[in-house]
Ligand binder design. Structure first.
Ligand code: NI
Length: 272
């Protein structure tokens, strides 16, 4: 196992925690190192890189091993479960034991694209929830146009005992209540800054700050004023500003609460 050069990051200064990024994406091939090396000086303390397929899990491992401030989530996105098999799952299980793996994700159900048979999606969602339970890791859940089935499966798996983040939360307040009551965090990203993001703004207003975390889902979903451009963790301050405006609290309150939430959930301080 590799030794990590755990640089001693300053404690106590207010820094942002990026809970959901895809820096393995080819959109970052031209300037990945330069960009990642600039994050700390721009107020981003930690990044969790989220895998979504077998190959992105491999790239996530490389990033975790190269950068002290990058941690990883191991998992297969519902859209990609059609290409998944037992051999890949054995590999994934092994990598999920890596000391810098902090979550199982992103896993879940996606009926929007519907590119994979729903039964196949469900099978791998259930098995990856079992894996999270076995390894005592939180889950990063992706759920799109699949609200009822997601809640149903989470009930069956007693997901509230495992915990995690509902990433890129896209449902309304009524659904948010169900997840919040199970102790889950909601991942809030660029959509909250969109003019047509009213539903998410209502959710942010309703949810306690103690259950919100910041995420970009970069390279996707850039906040206004960069909507449509490549996203990165550098744009998280726009999301902080909007959450602060909606909840009528100051900027630092949002940074501090969301960072504490993320560190607690991902057990980052325990791993340093
Ligand atoms: Ni994602």
């Amino acid at each position: 196992m590799l030794e990590y050069d755990m640089i001693s990051l300053e404690r106590g200064t207010l820094m942002i925690f990026e809970t959901h990024a895809h820096y393995d994406d080819e959109a970052f091939d031209i300037d990945r190192d330069e960009l990642l090396n600039s994050l700390y000086d721009n107020g981003i303390e930690y990044v969790v890189n989220i895998s979504s397929a077998f190959d992105t899990a491999e790239k996530t491992l490389e990033l975790m091993e190269k950068y002290p401030f990058i941690y990883g989530a191991m998992g297969i996105h519902p859209d990609n479960t059609k290409d998944f098999n037992e051999e890949n799952f054995r590999w994934l299980k092994e990598k999920a034991r890596h000391p810098k793996t902090v979550a199982i994700g992103e896993i879940g159900l996606d009926y929007y694209w519907d590119s994979t048979d729903r039964l196949v999606q469900k099978e791998w969602f259930a098995r990856q929830m079992d894996l999270a339970r076995e390894l005592k890791l939180p889950m990063v859940i992706h759920s799109r146009d699949a609200a009822n089935d997601t809640i149903e499966m989470m009930k069956e798996a007693k997901a509230e005992e495992i915990g995690g983040i509902i990433h890129c939360f896209g449902y309304g307040v009524e659904q948010a209540k169900l997840y919040l009551n199970k102790g889950f965090y909601l991942g809030i990203g660029g959509v909250v800054t969109f003019k047509n993001g009213r539903k998410l703004k209502e959710v942010v207003e309703y949810a306690p700050l103690s259950q919100l975390v910041l995420e970009t889902d970069c390279p996707y979903l850039s906040p206004v004023p960069y909507r449509g451009k490549r996203n990165s963790s550098l744009y998280l301050p726009y999301i902080v500003e909007e959450i602060a405006r909606i909840k009528n609290v100051d900027y630092n309150t949002v940074v501090q609460a969301t960072s504490e939430n993320a560190k607690k959930l991902y057990k980052i301080d325990d791993k340093r």
